[in-house]
Design a protein. Structure first.
Length: 367
């Protein structure tokens, strides 16, 4: 019987394929070397006692789960609720949480929180829940308890990540392949705007609803598409005068982004890094101009280096309205890149810019 365990749960990056995991598209994420650490032990009562360093403590009866006013708590309680639907052999426990993942940076601290706890409880109480079901439990916790109708990419990449590998994931079938993450002579650099994406949650749900509405209208004309990303462009064009402009551009973005992601996976496998970078820039334009989930700070950072030959790719990453850009920067240029970015950002927005030089790592690990 396990009575005491440690869990490392990583954040994630997504190279390309944004806002299409809930549209049945392809994505290209990876787990990274920034983690949330969980220290879990059974306490042989019915109470769960959780302490998150920097955020506070709270306790609750495992048989009386209710929504809390502080959102970070709901990710954890939601996971417990969804686990109990699958396997109710779970009792009270003590948990200490220490995070090295900046919240609001667009690198899925929420998925790391959910998946770390779920994997830990699965081990602690010997629940024997399969990894893919852990992913679905965490996704459902966000849907049913937190209220964000997210896709499945974040949780999947946090659980299934592999060191030095990208995950080329079909979000409709959950079939995936691992792609070698070879970017030499470039490095992956994240620039965090330090803008809190308060709009992201409500706007995220709004975008999903818009896509569902558009799909329903298209299927009313004798089609039976299950997801937006399976609609051929030639079919979409026949709906130009039927869908309103706002719905049309959301669907158009999703279809093009899915095509870009498939092409990007091929280009990285063929070591065509310039092609990969060009697709990243195109992705950002779509997110900013068609899907409309960017903000002036993110656009500024992408445009700042668009003509710089040392930066071959850049785009916003995550839900949007703040968070980070992901950049492919020549390794020998990283120091200068960061200096320029921080100085220009401070000059334009009177706000400090944070940077993360990251590497691709394993998914959740039990220690």
């Amino acid at each position: 019987m396990n009575t005491n365990i440690k869990v490392k749960s990583p954040g994630r990056i997504n190279l390309i394929g944004e806002h299409i995991d809930y549209n049945g598209g392809h994505v290209l994420p990876a787990a990274i070397d920034l983690n949330i650490n969980f220290y879990l032990k059974r306490n042989f009562t019915k109470f769960c006692n959780i302490e998150s360093v920097g955020f506070g403590k709270f306790s609750f009866d495992i048989n009386e789960l209710k929504i809390e006013s502080k959102q970070w708590k709901n990710y954890l309680i939601g996971v417990i609720q969804e686990i109990k639907k699958v396997n109710n052999n779970i009792e009270g426990f003590d948990c200490k949480i220490e995070s090295k993942i900046p919240s609001g940076g667009g690198i899925s601290s929420s998925a790391a929180l959910e998946c770390g706890l779920a994997m830990g409880l699965n081990e602690l109480f010997e629940l024997n829940i399969e990894k893919i079901d852990i992913v679905k439990i965490c996704r459902n916790a966000e849907h049913n308890f937190v209220g964000t109708k997210c896709g499945i990419m974040d949780q999947f990449s946090v659980v299934f990540g592999k060191k030095n590998k990208l995950i080329f994931l079909n979000c409709k079938t959950l079939n995936y392949s691992l792609v070698n993450a070879v970017f030499d002579p470039y490095s992956i650099i994240l620039l965090n705007t330090n803008i809190s994406h308060n709009l992201a949650e409500s706007e995220y749900n709004k975008r999903r609803k818009q896509c569902e509405t558009a799909l329903k209208i298209i299927n009313s004309k004798n089609y039976n598409f299950k997801d937006i990303c399976e609609i051929p462009l030639i079919t979409l064009k026949t709906f130009k005068d039927i869908l309103n402009a706002e719905l049309y551009e959301k669907v158009e973005y999703a279809i093009y982004e899915n095509h870009r992601t498939i092409e990007a996976a091929k280009s990285i496998e063929n070591s065509e890094l310039e092609t990969f970078g060009k697709l990243m820039y195109e992705s950002h334009i779509g997110l900013s101009e068609k899907y409309k989930v960017s903000c002036k700070e993110l656009d500024f950072l992408v445009e700042l280096f668009e003509k710089d030959e040392n930066v071959i790719g850049s785009r916003m990453m995550g839900g949007g309205f703040g968070g980070s850009t992901i950049n492919l920067v020549k390794t020998s240029y990283v120091k200068e890149f960061l200096e320029i970015a921080k100085n220009e950002y401070l000059k334009s927005f009177k706000r400090s810019l944070s940077s993360i030089v990251t590497s691709i790592s394993n998914g959740v690990e039990i220690q």
